[in-house]
Design a protein around this ligand. Structure first.
Ligand SMILES: NC(=O)c1ccc[n+]([C@@H]2O[C@H](COP(=O)([O-])OP(=O)(O)OC[C@H]3O[C@@H](n4cnc5c(N)ncnc54)[C@H](O)[C@@H]3O)[C@@H](O)[C@H]2O)c1
Length: 303
């Protein structure tokens, strides 16, 4: 996708931070904007500010963990704009930090439910609609640098963010034939309201193993006030869509740590000389399976 004029962008978490930055940047580039967020008042404020600068924006209150509500909102978006989105931004997310060994089931269920489950729901809801529209499109999911490396203080968050990176790699391969590009954004630090995320935690996930209070929220603000401006970040996202780039990591401070991390993984792989015949047989078996299954899938597609 090279231009955004009259495209329709559906943005989860569009009422704040990175999502609002995306709404501003793509709206200013001519896209129509569907702002989806769990906070009704913030949705209204975001839509009003976008409309005030002449952007065709509408708001949709949605908890991305709720699959039935997601389907209803998708119908509402199509009814309101007369088409399915051509741009999908899975941006909404929450975090909560504490020692991995104190992490409760509720911590896992809420943090992974929003950051991974919410993305799964976005993809299962919108991908078939985007394919059915027959138009070229692009999907950008916001992961995190934390998704590329584990952390003893952010285990459920990092695990969810790792999963969505992998998921976007899979969708990118699968959606290319439909003319839909897929990218994954891995920010290090954004100037946003994510420090307040624990306030959004539903009562049903209330049994956290972590200490969450005004002090922990203030400590997170001390990090995020120095984060990248969301409009600047969305500018990188726009350039990456135009370049059809898979990974979007506009944070130079991440380069050395990532190189070390992935070098350690690659260095742990045995050299080919260690087992050339086994490697050949295993690779051949996998290639044959993939070739045969692809034929079956294609025939099933045609049927
Ligand atoms: N802030 C950072 O430093 C940072 C770093 C790496 C990745 N990220 C990721 O960036 C994305 C955007 O976060 P942000 O930093 O702009 O934070 P933010 O809190 O400013 O914005 C996130 C938005 O998501 C919404 N949201 C939360 N739970 C939701 C739900 N269940 N359904 C619908 N909407 C929901 C919130 O209401 C909020 O408006 C998230 O996925 C986050 O994990 C942020």
């Amino acid at each position: 996708m090279q231009t955004f004029d009259s495209e329709l962008a559906f943005i989860t978490g569009g009422a704040s931070g990175a999502g609002l930055g995306q709404a501003q940047v793509f709206g200013r580039a001519g896209a129509r904007i569907a702002v989806a967020d769990i906070r009704a008042e913030a949705v209204d404020a975001a839509v009003a500010s976008l409309q005030a600068e002449g952007i065709d924006a509408r708001g949709f209150v949605l908890d991305i963990m709720d699959r039935a509500a997601y389907a209803r909102v998708a119908d509402d978006v199509e009814a309101a704009f007369g088409c399915a989105p051509t741009l999908l931004f899975n941006t909404a997310g929450v975090n909560s930090f504490g020692p991995v060994e104190l992490t409760s089931y509720d911590d896992f269920d809420w943090i992974m439910g929003v950051n991974l489950g919410g993305v799964v729901n976005g993809m299962v809801t919108f991908v078939p609609r985007m394919i059915a529209s027959g138009k070229p499109g692009h999907i950008v999911t916001t992961s995190s640098l934390g998704g590329l490396m584990g952390s003893a203080l952010a285990a459920p968050y990092s695990a969810a963010k790792a999963a969505v990176i992998n998921l976007m790699e899979s969708y990118r391969q699968g959606l290319e034939k439909h003319g839909i590009g897929v990218s994954v954004l891995c920010p290090a630090n954004i100037k946003s309201n994510i420090a307040e995320a624990s306030r959004l935690r539903p009562a049903q996930f209330g049994s956290s193993g972590y200490v969450e209070n005004e002090d922990s929220i203030a400590s997170l603000h001390s990090i995020h006030q120095h984060g990248m401006d969301p409009v600047e970040l969305a500018g990188h996202v726009k350039a990456a869509i135009i370049a059809n780039q898979l990974y979007i990591i506009p944070y130079p401070e991440a380069k050395d740590a990532l190189r070390q991390h992935f070098d350690a993984i690659v260095d742990s792989v045995l050299p080919l000389e260690a087992d050339p015949e086994g490697a050949r047989l295993r690779t051949e078996a996998l290639m044959n399976w993939a070739a045969n299954r692809t034929k079956v899938f294609t025939e099933a597609d045609k049927a």
